[in-house]
Design a protein around this ligand. Structure first.
Ligand code: AGP
Length: 613
């Protein structure tokens, strides 16, 4: 996962950057680099591999100066090698950039830049940024203004830090969307910039977190913040307390809220290194999926518990649709005792954030005993579910502290989407053109998640309206039926409100009797293939006096006029809609619980890792 550190001040920037990057090492990365302004000349050291390699480079060819930026990269576009490692230098050698996020429209921008004779030296999407900044930079246009203008061209969510030998007393940093934060640390005659607090906490506790769409112009003793439209912003300096837990929570009240917001970054990292956007291909080498196995496979079981099982239900729709492989989802605590019909042509896929859930591990053992191929999707590196599988997709979410799972739900949704595409290709069930379209949709996922997060204030308003409710129904259909289950699970585990997720079509077979003025109904109705059916659910619930909170796609006037309240979703390709539909539901449950003053991160009776049967 990408990390950024920058320094400006009287001390040597190199060791400060190296030690800051070291503190971000736990996030995982595949290359690292730094750029330091030495005698008005930008010096870069970077390579694939770990920080030890960067340290060795710096030892071999020392570099020092009073201003510099560093980066750890988790490859998205272009393999992890020295050429693709950040920082990226422009053609004149006078501007250098580090970046977190995905430039969604980088191919268009790259083509436009090549047409005006820009020469690219890497395969990264990031490189377009430095060339754009350079093109705007002139004697009349400052680095800040050139960066601002350049960033307006980008689609997606980004954290960007720029420096130039033209203005050797300045670092420019921007946060667009939620692709990881940007924090500025204020010292005595010195300043720091970082993607994450731990990188700078050894130097200062006085920090300013940039809001989305804000840009910071940082000199040794001054910080100016402005919007991407160029309007000045009054910022607040926060004093981060000394205890490590508060420090780790950063700008958020609870770990859960932080983890909800980390989804843009975790989704970027989920895609990183696993997608060849040029060829429109998915790469999941850790799964050990041979073409022979893909063709021989006759059935897949997905087994998991709770939230992870809901991810599996979405996976079933995706894999059946794209790879035409029958998938059965079975709760792990049932699978182990159900004498499942499993043989050597069956793949059993376990999903678990902790990788230590007793029921899931027992289900895996059961499958192993019957000769199945065993795969897992796991967050905790080195956990049992990772070790005993024949192939594993490691979620790239980083540690999840909040007991209620959030980012470890959306990451496997994308993993399963990628798996479905790969299986579809190997089994010959998907046309090349369709595969390329599905792959290119992945590029939009982080920015779509970011758009959902930007709508948090509206979700909080809905949360206030539901504060005193006793019960709540969540309805969904098709690929978003599991979204209803997951929304209801989040609400009950966090707020202790009784909530049920239901397949919308089943309402008329019984649960409709529950609907009255006291029963809010959350209807998940994005524009997916089940939209019209969902719309009629709104009508049915309203006709019985129920209060309807609808999740609908931006601009859906029909839903707006029918529902009591609408939670708006950005237009999303339907196979990825469970990602954007669940984020507001996570925020809704979070805010209801926080407003009720409950222990959001450690709800009663729950454990992060359920290691008992
Ligand atoms: C999620 O919010 C829950 N706390 C719970 O359902 C969880 O998903 C389940 O216990 C499975 O855990 P695992 O992913 O660690 O296997």
């Amino acid at each position: 996962m990408c990390g950024i550190v920058g320094y400006i001040g009287p001390r040597d920037a190199t060791p400060i950057i190296l030690s800051g990057l070291k503190r971000l090492e736990y996030r995982g990365y595949d290359s690292a680099g730094l750029a330091v302004l030495q005698d008005r000349h930008i010096e870069i050291r970077r390579d694939a591999g770990k920080l030890a390699r960067l340290n060795a480079l710096v030892d071999e060819a020392p570099v020092s100066g009073h201003i510099g930026i560093g980066h750890t990269r988790w490859a998205t576009h272009g393999e992890p090698n020295a050429r693709n490692a950040h920082p990226h230098l422009g053609m004149t050698g006078e501007v250098v950039v580090v970046h977190n996020g995905i430039v969604e429209n980088f191919q268009e921008l790259r083509a436009e830049l090549i047409a005006v004779c820009v020469i690219f030296k890497s395969e990264t999407d990031t490189e377009v940024i430095v060339h754009l900044v350079e093109r705007y930079l002139s004697s009349e246009t400052s680095l800040a203004e050139a960066t601002r203008k350049a960033l307006l061209h980008l689609r997606g969510a980004h954290g960007v830090v720029v420096l130039s030998s033209h203005e050797p007393d300045k670092i420019v940093a921007a946060r667009i969307g939620n692709a990881g934060g940007v924090v500025v640390g204020i010292g005595e005659g010195e300043m720091y910039v970082a993607s994450d607090l731990p990188a700078i906490l050894e130097h200062t506790r006085q920090v300013v977190f940039l809001e989305s769409q804000d840009m910071a112009v940082v000199t040794r003793d001054r910080l100016q913040v402005q919007t991407m439209q160029g309007h000045p912003v009054a910022y607040q300096v926060q004093n981060v307390p000394w205890d490590p837990v508060s420090a780790e929570k950063g700008e958020y009240r609870h770990f859960m809220q932080k983890e909800i917001h980390e989804q843009v970054r975790s989704l970027t990292d989920t895609i990183a290194g696993r997608v060849d956007f040029e060829e429109g291909r998915i790469l999941l080498p850790e799964l050990n999926l041979s073409p022979e196995l893909a063709k021989r496979m006759r059935k897949m079981f997905i087994t998991a518990c709770g939230t992870a099982a809901h991810a599996g239900m979405v996976g079933k729709v995706l894999i059946e649709q794209i790879a035409r492989l029958p998938v059965e989802v079975q709760i792990a605590s049932e699978f182990r005792y159900s004498d499942p019909i499993v043989d050597e042509d069956t793949v059993v896929l376990a999903i678990s954030q902790s990788g230590e859930t007793a029921d899931t591990l027992a289900a895996m053992e059961e499958a192993r005993g019957k000769g199945a191929t065993l795969w897992s999707i796991v967050n905790a590196i080195g956990s049992q579910a990772m070790r005993i599988a024949d192939g594993c997709i490691a979620m790239q979410t980083g540690p999840e502290i909040g007991v209620a799972s959030t980012k470890a739900y959306t990451a496997p949704l994308v993993d399963l989407y990628m798996l479905a595409i790969l299986l579809g290709e190997l089994r010959g069930t998907i046309k090349e053109k369709d595969r390329q379209l599905l792959v290119s949709d992945l590029r939009r996922v982080p920015a779509l998640a970011s758009e959902c997060l930007n709508r948090e204030p509206e979700i909080e308003k809905v949360a206030r309206s539901l504060l005193n409710t006793q019960h709540c129904l969540y309805l969904g259909r098709g690929i978003n039926m599991p979204t209803a289950y997951e929304g209801a699970l989040k609400l009950k585990e966090l707020s202790y409100i009784h909530a049920e997720g239901y397949p919308a079509g089943e309402m008329k077979h019984g649960p409709i009797a529950l609907i009255d003025e006291e029963m809010p109904v959350v209807v998940i109705a994005p524009r997916d293939p089940w939209y019209e059916k969902m719309f009629s659910q709104i009508e049915q619930a309203r006709a019985r006096g129920g209060t309807v909170i609808a999740l609908a796609t931006d601009g859906d006037e029909l839903v707006q006029t029918s529902a009591d309240q609408v939670i708006w979703l950005p237009e999303t390709p339907w196979m990825l809609s469970p990602v954007t539909a669940v984020i507001p539901l996570q925020m809704l449950a979070y805010h209801i619980a926080a407003l009720r003053g409950l222990d959001v991160d450690q709800p009663r009776n729950l454990a992060k890792s359920v290691t008992v049967e």
